[in-house]
Design a protein around this ligand. Sequence first.
Ligand SMILES: Nc1ncnc2c1ncn2[C@@H]1O[C@H](COP(=O)(O)OP(=O)(O)OP(=O)(O)O)[C@@H](O)[C@H]1O
Length: 787
Amino acid sequence: MPMPPQSGSTDRSTPSDSLFQFGCLAKVLRVERVGFGGYAIFAEGVSRFRVQAMLQDKPHLLAKVEHFVEQVEDVNSRDGDLLTQITAFRELSKSFISKMRDLQLPDPLIAQLSKLMDNSKSGVLANILVSVIETTYEEKLEYLSTTTLKARLIMANEWMTRQLHDMNDWLMKCLKVLKISQQIHSNIEGKLSKKQREYYLRQQLNAIKTELGEKDEQTQGGSAGSAEDEEMSELKRRIIAARMPKEAEAVAMREFKRLKKLHPSSAEWSVSRTYLDVVADLPWSKHTQDVLDISKARSQLDGDHFGLDNVKRRVLEYLSVIKVKGDLKAPIICFVGPPGVGKTSLGKSIASAMHREFHRISLGGVRDEADIRGHRRTYVGALPGLIMHGMRKASVNNPVILLDEIDKTVQSSYYGDPSAALLEVLDPEQNNTFTDHYVNMPFDLSKVLFIATANSVDTIPAPLLDRMEVIQIPGYTFEEKLHIARQHLLPKQIKAHGLEVDQVQISDETLLKLAENYTRESGVRNFERKIASVVRAKCVEWAEFKESGNIDNYNQHVTEKDLETILGLQTYEKEIAQNDAEAGVVTGLAYSGSGNGDILMIEATYMPGDGKLQLTGSLGDVIRESAQIALTWVKAQAYELKLTRSPNVNLVEHRDVHIHFPAGAVAKDGPSAGIALATSIVSLFSGKRVPTTTAMTGEISLRGRVLPVGGIKEKVLAAHRAGIKTIILPARNRKDVTGDVPETIRNSIEFVYVQTISDVLQAALIIDERGMEVSSHWIPSRLESHL
Ligand SMILES: Nc1ncnc2c1ncn2[C@@H]1O[C@H](COP(=O)(O)OP(=O)(O)OP(=O)(O)O)[C@@H](O)[C@H]1O
């Protein structure tokens, strides 16, 4: 039904007489309850109409009307006057926008208004603008009753020109325009977000308050009571409470002011808000009080970890220096060792010994510099890097941060070099002004105690390694594992399963068998898992007996037989000792990048051919070159080694040699198989065999010298686990054996230290074709006399 355009009609007895003859047909979009008993109606104008005849007064007005279809502007129109008016109106609209910019209205508001201007026909736009600019009531009625577009534009242009002179008063009206435009261009129902509605309502409220003179415009942003304002003041409070350095606080406050000006529904608003949240959360000045009691730290480390005496001593020295010197400008310590030897848990112990917060950052697989240093805020979904994230999590500026698996970062990828970003973090001279790309302000990391862990130093970039003090944590012997299990792992697992310590009892022999037969690792992680399986099985047993009321029949002892029932048949055995020796087969020792030692079988054979060397078993370049060197050396020494009858005969003239490293799926590399390769070739051609209980490691040079290699302790432990009785090692590795290898192992293995490959052959090839020991005298290389 048409609505009277004059809601304030005074003469109710003859309504039809007091009504204006023109009206506006409107579509009701929404009716809302406003306060007590009041309603707000949101309506969208559809078209003009004129009353032709009043048909009825009561119970409601009924009239016969004539509708006017809105005249649409036609750019091809021949009416020059109309086109002039349209152009003038468009110009005025532009001035309107630029005036709004001058008034520094929020950018999103201006953007939306210009969009509306670009997309709306001049007629529609004129209707909107005339309804909000200052016009008299009569002028409004005149506008309503004007049905031609040209006439209406003439009026709009005149009034807008008038209005533009006093644009300041328009400030609030502009907001109204925006609201109207939104209602026209979107289906209001459900489309306006809660925040948008809140924003518009608050703007209206402010306008009303300004009208009533209750408050001035400056204070409009801070109206108390509104949830959003409370949120903003809370944010401001947090920024101030963070007690940032002066410059940082100035940046944060500037951002905060910008945030206040932004529209809450804009993307920029949430970006800015998240940023301020992060910045306010960072522990700029919060820290915990260090408690550096060296004797307490010692007992904490002893209580948490068995053995590792060298490591603990070094850690205590480190802590003492911090205590005496009072700052952390000591090199960052890096624990290097195979998996499961307690590197991470040592870091935790250090943190609790110092009463500091602990946070672990896993660097495994990090390949992007931005992972460390964050993304610039201009990126969609930008976040701070791992370091700042860690600081936010730790919520104090002096935590212990463990950079786990620092050797596993991907170096120099397409996305930048993460280790380059770590250089700044780890340099005590530079890290007091670490700048994350996201936070974009310097943050002081100098109070943080960084500890790094790695499985091997080989893959740590040299500049990074240079900033760290490496502390090696080698693998454990079975005896050590037994003690760790007895003192730590078993009680820990029993407790974790809700049992009492005396409810699961395992003898030392059984525990040792568990370690020897079911695990083959340098650390104790798998061992702990197996212990957990055993305890779990006992837990089930105990629960079943309890349920059946036969708790007295529960047997807390775990025997070796039980291990087989619970864990199945033993997974590993000392297989080496039981194999038969064969010509061309030699046991080498390997040290993998993950820090584990292992035995490495080498098999050689020959067949008719023309002297080619074939190598298989996933081999890298270095190990291939070692094989070439070994073959060249053997060919050069063939006569002296009694492999050929004359010095002029080529050992492999009519033969191809094939050397294979079983476990072909496992990649192998490095020079340390050199002496084993040479020995296997000599064994192949001489028919003399190497006992299966003899293993060897060492690099060879073309002149037959044996050069030292790394990973000795790991290799020796692996050999011991595999049942090796004799190990042939380079003489220059003697110090590694005496220094690192536990005495019990040193006593159970015979070590033969060698200078040349001739020494190796002498020590290794002691079984002839008939299985009898020979004491052949190997003639040293002619070249050696020149050494
Ligand atoms: N000497 C030890 N004394 C007591 N428990 C130990 C010892 N060494 C290792 N552990 C235990 O072994 C488990 C594995 O240790 P942790 O996770 O620290 O290994 P890691 O060296 O950091 O391994 P990775 O290199 O795979 O990260 C932990 O439960 C830890 O408490």
